[in-house]
Design a protein around this ligand. Structure first.
Ligand SMILES: *Cc1c(COP(=O)(O)O)cnc(C)c1O
Length: 373
């Protein structure tokens, strides 16, 4: 079986996790702090605040905005469902916008099409690692006076306008789930440009405490903490951060390898009419966290039949990115027309791409796709 994704975890990660355990400090501590600093530097952000997942990071990002029932937050339906769910966590209403066919991302036009006077924020996603046009969307959001949260769950190692995705973002949330390029098991990060915002986020992830447990324990004098607001326990552990620090050292190499494998897929697929592989957008480069292929005419086999045939031959491909508005959890929502979203989610599939995929695997997979054409 060729899996769609396997995390690249080596002896170094095992050793780092063991060292953290042996140190006796396993909750959020010095390794989390170091991971925050190194991750923020890697993605070009001012400050990093480690959290338990990207989902909880998105939640905290929206808590910062003080949203109320009736407030609208524009999100792509074409995203992992956590993007839309985060809006509901704070009692606001997710408004689904359509995406661009080539990138799978929101654009200024698709956002503007669903914008109302109740729009308070936008969550724009770097879908599958393909960066959205940050220059255009950040400017539009600023012009409209609407907050922009960047869902960078998939974007570690992607670039926009020559800089790491995350550079210049007011707030971005990242994921370290094993399905992503860089993993800590579970885990996430919120990066921000403003030091004050980072302070508030650190408090929000740790019960609203004005001094972290780690700092309290490090002090030689008793420190009496205060709880300044009702908040959450969304902390990352030092065991996870220890793994993350090793993974961070691998990031550039992993992305280079993914891009080489993706280029090879693109070349092999170019001979088959009606299969359109994802590519770098004009404004940046993708880490190819998800290598998706859109099925178009004259290709003759439907997506689900392609997936079934691949599975029969031992290839674990996946349906393309989900559309949240088609899930039962959002059955009570009637969005405007989302033709591109529905087309991508219906007609695309994600091919195996990871450090153990060989050239023979790629040839084998593409040969099956050619047969089905
Ligand atoms: C994976 C993913 C998430 C959720 O990340 P977790 O760390 O698993 O919570 C959110 N948004 C997008 C776009 C994702 O791909």
């Amino acid at each position: 079986m060729i899996p769609v994704m396997i995390p690249m975890l080596g002896e170094e990660e095992a050793q780092a996790a063991a060292d953290a355990v042996r140190s006796g400090w396993v909750a959020q501590g010095p390794r989390v702090k170091q991971f925050e600093q190194e991750f923020a530097a890697t993605v070009g952000a001012g400050h990093g605040v480690a959290v338990s997942s990207c989902t909880t990071g998105l939640h905290l990002s929206l808590v910062l905005l003080d949203l109320r029932p009736g407030d609208e937050v524009i999100v792509p339906s074409l995203s992992f469902i956590a993007t839309a769910n985060a809006v509901r966590y704070v009692g606001a209403t997710p408004i689904f916008a359509d995406v661009d066919l080539a990138t799978g991302n929101l654009t200024v036009d698709t956002i503007d099409a669903v914008r109302t006077d109740r729009t308070r924020a936008i969550i724009a996603v770097h879908q599958g690692g393909v960066p959205f046009d940050t220059a255009a969307v950040r400017k539009a959001a600023a012009d409209w006076g609407v907050a922009l949260v960047e869902d960078a769950a998939c974007a570690a190692g992607s670039t926009v306008y020559g800089q790491p995705a995350g550079t210049g973002a007011a707030i971005a949330a990242w994921s370290f789930h094993p399905r992503k390029v860089l993993t800590t098991g579970e885990g996430g990060m919120v990066t921000v440009d403003d030091a004050e915002v980072a302070v508030r986020l650190r408090r929000l992830r740790e019960h609203g405490m004005n001094v972290s447990a780690a700092d309290r324990h490090a002090s030689s004098q008793p420190v009496l903490e205060a709880y300044l607001e009702t908040a959450y326990n969304y902390r990352m552990t030092d065991i996870q951060a220890a793994v993350g620090l090793v993974q961070l050292g691998r990031l550039a190499g992993l992305v280079t390898q993914r891009r080489e494998l993706a280029a090879r897929y693109q070349e092999l697929l170019s001979g088959i009419d009606g299969l359109v592989p994802v590519r770098d957008p004009a404004h940046g480069t993708t880490n190819f966290q998800s290598f998706w292929v859109l099925i178009d005419r004259p290709y003759r086999t439907g997506r689900d039949d392609v997936l079934a045939e691949l599975a029969t031959r031992g290839v674990s491909a996946r349906r393309g990115i989900m559309a949240s508005h088609l899930e039962p959890a959002y059955a009570d929502v009637t969005p405007g027309p989302l033709p591109v979203t529905e087309r991508i989610t219906r007609d695309s599939l994600i091919l195996p791409l990871h450090h153990k995929v060989t050239e023979d695997d790629q040839q084998f997979i593409v040969d099956i796709l050619r047969e089905l054409a």
